[in-house]
Design a protein. Structure first.
Length: 386
């Protein structure tokens, strides 16, 4: 029995790491490697069709491989009810002699099968690049929560000493109104009755209470995030968010916030609304690479074919390749020879994918973007080291 039959690893997108991409990028040679991608569903009647589609993809790949055991682990997934009960928007399955990995994706992916001497990795590179990690502080007078977001996962964090609400924060407050008296009207018997009034208005008291509450919240949040560089997105009505900004000592607080009462929003809903305010960690590097290409200060190439040869030679410092288009063909390492095909044939790989993975293998940066977002308007955009 092939070792692949027992070596099955299942990952959620959030567990995908750069080490995985590097290992799969390095896997190439005379052996057969299978890449399966399909859109799936989180819920609804369409969920029952996902394993049916996957069965078809496995069958299609089986027609091309010479080692029938290579797809044994993938084939077992078809009838694995537990596996399909965890819905996602997309699925990638990579099968090779060293094992099979199934990755649940947060975004849909195009349906296709690739059997060649290297894995197809562009969708996974794109998934890794768009993953963000941040915190959301949802605060109101009635509740306060810190939601931790890692990629597609969102959960309420346990924060020591964080009050549950404003009444909870002030429940041990024994502060009594400061009273002062002044002479009033004369009472019977010639005595003067003193009239008492509070120091400050009710609005002043509420402002003081809110300020004390926010300081207590901030003290707990600062202690919890003391070593963190994760962005912090605030969620709440404008006046409370504004008041919190004035007192907070937290670092990395995002300028925008999730407006409105957060009390009825689940952790996942808060994460979804806050995600638009947080840039992926690769955003700065992508912007710099784009500017460098457009400036033309160093040599560049603008086609997938040129990029493959340059990347394989270790010349590419950064490259942009299309996420939504494949350039099928074959590249023979060491021969600087390319075969380009209008449609995918047995053994073909996406040349844009080859250019990206070869760039990564030689220490460059690869960005998978929509075709119309490639700088310069070419089929690829690579900045060369020399």
């Amino acid at each position: 029995m092939n070792g692949n039959d027992t070596q099955l690893r299942v990952l959620d997108e959030v567990d995908l790491g750069t080490a995985d991409i590097a290992a799969w990028s390095a896997a190439s040679g005379p052996t057969e490697l299978v890449s399966l991608y399909l859109p799936t569903h989180r819920a609804g009647r369409e969920v029952t069709q996902d394993p049916v589609l996957f069965r078809r993809l496995v069958a299609s790949a089986a027609e091309e491989v010479t080692d029938g055991e290579l797809l044994a682990a993938a084939a077992r997934l078809v009838d694995d009810r537990e596996f399909w009960s965890h819905g996602s928007s997309g699925l990638a399955v990579l099968a090779g002699p060293d094992g099979t990995t199934a990755i649940r994706l947060s975004d849909p992916t195009a349906e296709f099968t690739v059997v060649s001497d290297r894995f197809h990795l562009k969708p996974l590179m794109a998934a890794l690049a768009r993953r963000v990690e941040f915190d959301v502080l949802a605060i109101s007078r009635h509740s306060v929560r810190l939601v931790t977001v890692n990629g597609t996962r969102a959960f309420e964090a346990e924060v020591p000493d964080l009050p549950a609400s404003m009444p909870d924060a002030l429940r041990w407050d024994d502060r009594e109104p400061q009273l002062q008296s002044h002479s009033g009207s004369r009472a019977g018997g010639g005595q003067v009755a003193a009239t008492f009034h509070g120091q400050g208005s009710a609005n002043d008291t509420r402002d003081v209470d809110l300020d004390r509450y926010l300081h207590l919240v901030d003290h707990a949040i600062v202690a919890h995030r003391s070593a963190s560089t994760r962005p912090l997105v605030l969620a709440g009505v404008d006046d409370i968010v504004g008041a919190y900004r004035k007192v907070t000592r937290c670092h990395h607080v995002v300028d925008d916030h999730v407006a409105g009462s957060p009390d009825q929003l689940r952790a996942e809903e808060l994460a979804d609304r806050a995600r638009q305010f947080v840039s992926p960690p690769t955003a700065h590097a992508e912007r710099t690479a784009r500017e460098s290409f457009l400036a033309g200060a160093t040599a560049t190439v603008r086609t997938v074919e040129q990029a493959v040869i340059a990347a394989a030679a270790g010349q590419v410092a950064s490259i942009f390749v299309p996420a939504d288009r494949e350039y099928w063909g074959r590249y023979r390492p060491g021969h600087r020879l390319l075969e380009e095909h209008d449609t995918r044939g047995p053994g073909d790989h996406d040349l844009a994918d080859v250019a990206a993975t070869e760039t990564l293998r030689h220490g460059g940066l690869a960005f998978v973007v929509p075709e119309n977002d490639i700088p310069g308007g070419g089929t690829a955009a690579a900045t060369l080291r020399y």
